[in-house]
Ligand binder design. Structure first.
Ligand SMILES: O[C@H]1[C@H](O)[C@@H](O)[C@H](O)[C@@H](O)[C@H]1O
Length: 569
């Protein structure tokens, strides 16, 4: 008997004694406990017939997306903050070491927060983790704005790191568990739109305030406003139907689903079908883990020992069950490649690079990076459900390789003084030719466009790869991989520019992109339009690439037919 079984044993007996078996039979389980009532899960259960997400789900996505804005703002604002602080902290100019610590503590604390809140989002619920992150965002923003010392600043940035680490995984998870399947990709991409939008806003605010004395305090403090607003909005937002069903709050789950799918009597069969699929998944997972009675007993009635045992079981399931291991591998790989392809070195240091290659207004030029990132995330938003996650990556990563390759070659021609390695970053190019800096700008914009269409957002679709029991933990761990790789890129970029030259640095990033492309081609199945409960089945016995691509083709063919029919009537 597993620890979870042992802990849940009293519940099992009492549930049985209270006629729980009868109730479960009514809900569609047969005497052996197999789920047999598939009822109207045929046509009416086909979400793909839906034409658009309703106003309710749009409202929730936008409200949840505010966390993305904060994520983008707080990571984007640091570059202009660092150049405007002067001697305001500890009454002395910032040293390189101060700057590195202030920048990297955010990713360090984000990577610590993600697995922890991955567990919390299971027991507290997704919404409470977003609420907690808002509190941390406000505390972190105010702390930074009023601090007088370098260590105070590091403290404030670390609190922001905890907030970013929690929000970055829980918001896509929240949206993903609420969305109807055909729009899931697009709605999750809204959170990336908020991130990239937040980065643009941060660049603009940074540029506006940097001319004012102590303006940096406003830059960092302003982050408190959207966080406080979201905290208030969250009071009116529901938990996800998947988490509610798992917590045995089935009626609430049903009410939320009804609103998600637009209400009305005609939608009830579809809602019932979705709910049954979710329940079936919960039932099978609990059956496999020997925890069936908990679904009849209610989450709130389980003591802390049983909860700890359940967490222990979930961790075990994530690493022992083949399908879960595959989901974790795909999610972590994608998150690692998203960062190791080097995009954030441009986000953090593009102004330094543009100054180095001779642009007169490097801060303004670097805005082109943030704006391109935002605009091409819009392209992804349009395409991700139609083209598919896998295909969008296979098409866009080569664009990144071309951009990086061109950039790498342009640096060879730029003729930077290299005799004194440590001066490369402050170098004024010997080259009188103005063409090469422009080539570098075009190459970087090309690279960023390719990144924003695919790598910048597809990895955040991670939650859909995991079954409900390990979804939160799996997404949390994949997010840790993201922040770890982000941290590595942040601390290695400047030293690499010096030691292996800019040409070598960008060539290395392009190698990571090629590796990423190959991995995607080999192991990433097409999940666009699949029911959240069906992905686990796909990964059960293998990567499911061929089958998923075929099924996606059929779904797209049906969707096109439906569009033609609608136009015809
Ligand atoms: O998806 C986001 C987005 O691409 C941001 O621009 C980037 O800074 C983040 O690291 C990434 O996770």
């Amino acid at each position: 008997m597993s620890r979870a079984e042992a802990a849940a044993e009293p519940l099992i007996s009492s549930a049985r004694a209270s006629g729980d078996d009868d109730r479960r039979r009514d809900e569609g389980y047969d005497a052996e406990g197999e789920y047999s009532d598939m009822g109207d899960m045929g046509d009416v259960g086909d979400e793909n017939a839906l034409v658009s997400p309703g106003a309710f789900i749009w409202g929730l996505t936008v409200c949840a997306g505010v966390s993305g804005l904060l994520f983008g703002y707080d990571t984007g604002v640091i570059s202009s903050t660092l150049i405007s602080v002067d001697s305001d902290l500890s009454s002395r100019p910032l040293t390189t070491w101060d700057k590195s610590l202030i920048t990297s503590c955010t990713s360090l604390f984000a990577l610590l927060a993600s697995p922890l809140t991955g567990l919390l989002a299971d027991s507290w619920g997704r919404k409470k983790v977003i609420l907690g992150a808002d509190v941390l965002f406000v505390v972190g923003a105010v702390w930074q704005a009023v601090t007088g010392s370098v260590w105070g600043m590091i403290g404030g940035r670390s609190v922001v790191g905890l907030a970013v680490g929690s929000a970055s995984f829980v918001v896509p998870l929240y949206i993903s568990e609420l969305s109807p399947s055909p729009f899931r990709g697009r709605l999750v991409t809204v959170s990336t739109l908020f991130i990239t939008g937040g980065q643009v806003v941060a660049y603009i605010i940074g540029w506006l305030f940097s001319a004012h004395a102590h303006g940096w305090r406003w830059m960092v403090g302003l982050g408190a406003l959207p966080a406080a607003t979201q905290f208030l909005l969250l009071q009116f937002m529901p938990e996800t139907p998947r988490w509610l069903a798992k917590a045995n709050r089935k009626e609430e789950a049903k009410r939320v689903l009804l609103r998600v799918y637009g209400g009305g009597d005609d939608i009830k069969p579809l809602v019932n079908a979705v709910l049954r699929r979710v329940e079936k998944e919960i039932y099978e997972e609990e059956d496999a883990a020997g925890m069936r009675a908990s679904s009849g007993a209610g989450e709130e009635k389980i003591g802390w020992k049983a909860k700890v045992a359940r967490v222990h079981d979930h961790v075990g399931q994530l690493f022992a069950v083949g399908g879960n291991k595959r989901a974790l591998t795909i999610a972590c790989m994608l998150q690692a490649f998203q960062q190791l392809c080097g995009f954030n070195s441009l986000m953090y240091f593009s102004a330094t690079i543009f100054a180095m290659v001779g642009f007169r207004s490097p801060t303004l030029t670097s805005l082109s990076i943030a704006v391109t990132n935002f605009l091409f995330t819009l392209v992804a938003f349009r395409a991700i459900d139609r083209v598919g996650r896998r295909r969008i990556l296979l098409y866009s990563v080569p664009i990144m390789v071309i951009g990086l390759g061109l950039c790498s070659m342009a640096f060879i021609s730029l003729d930077l003084p290299s005799q004194d390695a440590s001066s490369v970053l402050d170098a004024v190019p010997n080259n009188e030719d103005k063409a090469w800096p422009l080539v570098i700008l075009v190459a970087m914009v090309t690279y960023v466009a390719g990144y924003a269409i695919g790598m910048g957002n597809v990895p955040w679709q991670q939650s859909e790869l995991f079954p409900l029991s390990v979804r939160s933990l799996g997404s949390g761990l994949a997010t840790t991989t993201n922040w770890l790789s982000n941290f590595l890129i942040g601390i290695t970029f400047l030293p690499m520019m010096v030691t292996i030259t800019p040409t070598g640095t960008f060539a290395l990033y392009s190698l990571f992109c090629l590796g990423g492309w190959f991995i995607v081609w080999k192991i990433y199945p097409e999940t666009a339009g699949m029911g959240l409960e069906d992905v686990g089945e796909l990964l059960k016995d293998g990567w499911g690439v061929d089958r998923s691509v075929k099924e996606f083709g059929l779904r797209r063919r049906d969707a096109r037919q439906r569009e033609r029919d609608r136009e015809g009537t």
